[in-house]
Design a binder for this molecule. Structure first.
Ligand SMILES: [Mn+2]
Length: 442
């Protein structure tokens, strides 16, 4: 929803305090009968029914009259079978800032209804991914299938092209028991409904994809194409983020397997710090984290490390120390950069640690510093920018960041490029910055 003027329709008996509060947010129309309610002109941002006024029948009539507007029942008791798209919200929540969140959820729930509608009659549904499926696309497909209340018999997840070969993707599919079919183009016409996730029709190199009813993607909108349901959100770091929002809004139970897949999808699409995660990604990630199977996730991710590199990992971890809740690791010299963030990820799991700083020298020319924090402390990205922006490239988001500094600059800054010197320097500046930051934040 944008910042346009909000209009609220209240139906039933309400405290003037509540109406007064809402009139500060937008226009308030207050009626007491169904007849008056459906005789209004124009659209509303939100319709709020008083609990005593609410009956499933009345809410259905109102929903039919205002199909684009979310319905909230104030102070409603939980119903065994609530009508679709009606949320029951406690009175105190209506008074607080949480109402904004409830409004967004209610809006999203309406979108989910439209999405389900787009495939309602489909006999053979295909959820189609891009030609080289990655964890984000695979997780999104699983989530969509759950959202549409289908299973592997009633919705195939497929892609065109070669069998999957990247070790971590193979591990994800095997460990999470995901059935993914490699299809040929001619097979597509067998499906009477197709949903695209993490991809859009023009990405298929000019190949015509028939019966595309849904497109859900976080890549920028490309070209023009028709679909019954389109959700293109380029501001999100992952398609898994969009689908996590849908699942939450529709109050669908998220299994451990699905949570693990989505968490991994968001992680792989955003943790590459060249691509910043936005607050939605962080919120989805935080929500999924306790539901996911982290042991399984580690097994999936570990597939990325060739056996030959296990030795470097082991050696690297040996040179670690903890100071003021910061876990430091000197990874030493590496040929492949990803070892450094990997070890930094590991460091944040150490008990009592709030920050993890892993660093190493890549290709004899650059110092790479990878920073993680537990999330409730602030600004990893800001912290590394403050520390290193003068001498190298530095950035990231709230809980993960990285800096790259040439060894020449390191020598210029601290006089010498020896590992001992670097260790002392980084320990000092990080301890100082994190302690100062904690004081600022309090
Ligand atoms: Mn993606």
């Amino acid at each position: 929803m944008t910042k346009e003027l909000k209009r609220y329709l209240f139906i039933g008996e309400f405290d003037s305090l509540l109406l007064g509060l809402f009139s500060k947010r937008g226009e308030v129309i207050w009626v007491s009968s169904l007849e008056e309610a459906v005789n209004q002109t124009g659209d509303f941002s939100l319709i709020i029914l008083e609990n005593n006024f609410f009956t499933p029948k009345r809410s259905q009539k109102i929903a039919k009259h205002y199909p684009q507007t979310p319905l909230i029942v104030s102070n409603g008791d939980e119903h065994d079978e609530p009508p679709p798209s009606v949320r029951f919200v406690a009175f105190h929540k209506l008074l607080s800032e949480q109402i904004e969140r409830e409004e967004r959820l209610a809006m999203t729930e309406l979108r989910v209804e439209e999405l389900r509608e787009a495939h309602a009659g489909a006999k053979k549904l295909l959820i189609l991914l891009h030609d080289h499926p990655d964890p984000d696309s695979i997780a999104s497909a699983l989530a969509l299938r759950t959202l549409l209340k289908r299973n592997k018999q009633t919705a195939i997840i497929g892609h065109l092209g070669e069998k999957i070969s990247r070790p971590e993707n193979v591990a994800m599919i095997e460990l999470l028991e995901i059935d993914l079919e490699a299809l040929s183009l001619s097979k597509l016409k067998d499906f009477d409904s197709i949903a695209l996730v993490d991809v859009q029709p023009p990405f298929f190199g000019g190949n015509e994809i028939p019966n595309v009813d849904t497109v859900i993607d976080h890549h920028p909108l490309v070209g023009s194409y028709e679909a019954k349901f389109k959700e293109i959100r380029a501001e999100e770091g992952a398609t898994s983020t969009i689908l996590t929002k849908y699942l939450r809004a529709a109050q669908v139970d998220i299994s451990e397997r699905l949570a693990t897949a989505l968490l991994y999808g968001i992680k792989t699409d955003t943790i590459t710090l060249n691509r910043d995660a936005n607050p939605d990604d962080v919120e989805a990630f935080t929500f999924l984290y306790p539901h996911a199977n982290l042991a399984l996730l580690r097994r999936i991710e570990r597939a990325e490390v060739p056996p030959s590199e296990m030795k470097s990992l082991g050696q690297a971890l040996a040179d670690h120390w903890i100071k003021d809740g910061i876990f430091f690791v000197n990874v030493g010299r590496v040929d492949r950069e990803y070892l450094i963030p990997k070890i930094s990820d590991f460091g944040i799991q150490v008990k009592g640690v709030e920050w993890s700083v892993a660093f190493g020298i890549l290709g004899n020319s650059h110092l790479i510093i990878s920073v993680r924090n537990v999330g409730y402390v602030k600004g990893a990205g800001r912290l590394v920018r403050e520390l290193f922006k003068e001498i190298g490239s530095a950035g990231g988001h709230r809980s993960a960041a990285k800096a790259v500094i040439s060894l020449a600059k390191v020598r210029k800054t601290i006089g010498k490029g020896s590992q001992d010197k670097i260790k002392k320097w980084l320990t000092d500046i990080f301890t100082k910055a994190v302690t100062e930051k904690a004081e600022e934040d309090n």
